[in-house]
Every structure is written in structure tokens, then in C-alpha cells.
Design a protein around this ligand. Structure first.
Ligand SMILES: [Fe+2]
Length: 288
């Protein structure tokens, strides 16, 4: 695996390099710091300034945690501020925001695995976002809000970038997920009953990369990488922010990493959640 550190700004072939499976770690982006700051403000605004957010799972029963965290996630995702920061991010990298789409930024809250690992805090099994209907050219970002250790970060398994994994994505529909399943997150508390695209074979963890950044430091990687949630068995709830970018012309042309195993048939169902990175207006889809 190729890991670039602080080299995404003004990189001559950033997206093409990401499409080869390279991972970029950015520790000094101003826009990432702004996004972290906004996440912290959102946490304080929704949960209360006095609340020790990383101890949230010790402060309340799951039945209170779920509605509180649902409010927080919704506040963050629907804010204009987070979208404006994404535009700044594209500009800071030296890319033209007119060339890119993004989907809504998300704040993830991962408490101790035994407290909650379903629904709003679903612990993602190894997956590619393309199994969930993402386009091949999707670029993922991921950033912890507070510093993390490897036991509570997200994992990327670069060994499988070009190696197929038998999986259930062909039986999974993004349109059904959006219209029906996604909104059921808050009632999946003790167990995840919603269908997810999952591996149907043993996935080796021997070459997993568990990169543990400080708060505000960001990973950038292809959405076609096999990745997932590391079950958090630490005493601290993990907060992280992620969003995705799609280059419009690459999307239209079907460029990106080779699809090695994704069977999801309706990625276009997700286009209505994309926004233009320059105007911040919704994407109207690909016209023939
Ligand atoms: Fe993912």
C-alpha cells in the first residue's frame, strides 16, 4: 500500500493516484481543522457544553443515547456550514469545485461495542462503499474528531483493493435502502436487522491498516477499498466525520478503479443525495 503524508495539496494527479489504491494522510489541512471545530461545536450545541461527549455511553442508557445522537447527526449533516467547509476543502487541495460532487457529510458516533453496535452506531463489517451503491470513482475522506488509538479507528484492508471478495451486494438495492431501511436506524438498538451488503467469505485481517490520526487529521482514500469499523472496546466513544467526493466527468465516463466484485445494480439511486461542490446545489443526475 502506498501512503502519502501531506501530499494531496496541488498534487498533479490526485484522483488518479487515489484510483490506484494509494492512501493520503493529511495532518495540516485548514479545512479539516475547520470541520473538526464545527463537529465539536455541533456536539456542544446538541449534547450540552458540560457533557463529556466521549463518556456519553456511561452517562445515559442506550434508549437516551439513540435519540440524542440522532439529533446530533442530523444537525451536523443538514448544516450549511459543513457543506461550505467541503467546498473549502476542494479548493485547498488545489482542485476546481466546479469539477466535483459531494454527498452529505456525516458525523459518526461509535461507543463501546457492547453498549451499541447497531442502527445509528452500526459497526460496519468489511465492505467497499461500491457494494452500497457508490460509484467507482468515489473518493472517501475520514477524520476523527478527537485523537484515536488503533483499537477505535476505522480499518482499511488494502490487500483486497484488487482482489475480489465474495459478497452479497448483488442482492442489495440502494433504492430500497434509501426509501425504507436507512430511516429505521434508530429502532435497531440491540441488533442490526437491516440488510447490509456483507462478505460471504472469510476476510483475512492480517494486512489490515489501522491508521490512528489525531483529531482533525484526515485520511483520503478510494471508496472501492475494503474498509470497516474496528469494534470499539475502549472506554471512550469515538466521534468521526466523513464525506465523499466524486469527479463529475469521471462519474459520467465510468472512470475509477476497476470493479472487482461489486454487484449493486442501482448506484444512480444515490445521485439525489449528491451536491455540486461549487454551488452547493443538488445534483440533477447524469443526462444522456
Ligand atoms: Fe464505508
Amino acid at each position: 500500500m502506498d501512503l502519502y503524508v501531506n501530499q494531496s495539496k496541488n498534487h498533479p494527479n490526485l484522483k488518479e493516484t487515489l484510483y490506484t489504491g494509494a492512501i493520503f494522510l493529511e495532518t495540516q489541512l485548514q479545512s479539516a481543522r475547520q470541520l473538526r471545530e464545527f463537529a465539536l461545536q455541533s456536539i456542544a450545541h446538541v449534547l450540552g457544553r458540560e457533557t463529556d461527549a466521549r463518556s456519553l455511553h456511561k452517562l445515559m442508557p442506550v434508549a437516551e443515547f439513540v435519540p440524542a445522537v440522532s439529533r446530533l447527526k442530523s444537525y451536523f449533516t443538514n448544516s450549511a456550514e459543513a457543506k461550505e467547509i467541503i467546498r473549502s476543502f476542494v479548493i485547498e487541495l488545489g482542485e476546481d469545485p466546479a469539477d466535483y460532487l459531494f454527498d452529505v457529510p456525516r458525523l459518526r458516533v461509535v461507543p463501546h461495542y457492547d453498549y451499541l453496535h447497531a442502527g445509528i452506531s452500526y459497526a460496519y463489517k468489511p465492505h467497499r462503499d461500491t457494494w452500497y451503491g457508490s460509484v467507482q470513482c468515489q473518493i472517501n475522506t475520514w477524520m476523527p474528531v478527537h485523537g484515536v488509538v488503533p483499537e477505535q479507528t476505522m480499518m482499511i484492508n488494502p490487500e483486497y483493493f484488487t482482489k475480489p471478495v465474495s459478497n452479497s451486494s448483488a442482492d442489495w438495492q440502494l433504492s430500497n435502502w434509501i426509501s425504507k431501511e436507512r430511516k429505521l436506524a434508530s429502532i435497531n438498538i440491540t441488533e442490526e436487522t437491516r440488510p447490509h451488503p456483507v462478505p460471504l467469505e472469510e476476510v483475512s485481517s492480517s494486512n489490515e491498516a489501522r491508521i490512528a490520526p489525531n483529531g482533525g487529521e484526515m485520511l483520503i482514500f478510494s471508496g472501492a477499498h475494503l474498509h470497516g469499523t474496528v469494534p470499539n472496546r475502549t472506554e471512550q466513544t469515538r466521534f468521526s466525520v466523513d464525506f465523499r467526493l466524486m469527479h463529475i466527468e469521471d462519474l459520467k465516463a465510468g472512470r475509477g478503479p476497476v470493479n472487482v466484485d461489486s454487484g449493486c445494480a442501482d448506484p444512480e439511486a444515490g445521485f439525489k443525495d449528491y451536491f455540486h461542490a461549487d454551488s452547493l446545489l443538488p445534483f440533477q443526475g447524469v443526462r444522456a
